[in-house]
Design a protein. Sequence first.
Length: 126
Amino acid sequence: MIEEHRVDKWLWCVRVFKTRSDAAEACKNGFVTVNGNDAKPGRDVHTGDTVTVRLHGGLTRTLKIVSLPRSRVAAKELPTLLVDLTPPEEYERARQAALDIFAPRERGAGRPTKRDRRETDKFKEG
């Protein structure tokens, strides 16, 4: 493990973003804070720092750095690198928001029909 990382590289290494450029873009747009301060992509992060990331869909993840990896790691190794401080209500709220984007369906109602899809498409188009 190493002593410091750029925040955009760390976010990519711990699989918060698919690409490093996505992580850098999130930093530039003000969606990432380190210890409560806005973070530019080149800001160094250290063990013990708390990183807050606002993702698409309204989810705000709060992560505490336990150790810094040398490069991108497998998902199985994440518990050794960070502690997820995001409250469970935040995940539930984001999941519900994702479901509300489309026309709500009663649980157990089955697959949408072709007519349902057309109505959803009309709704999305405006």
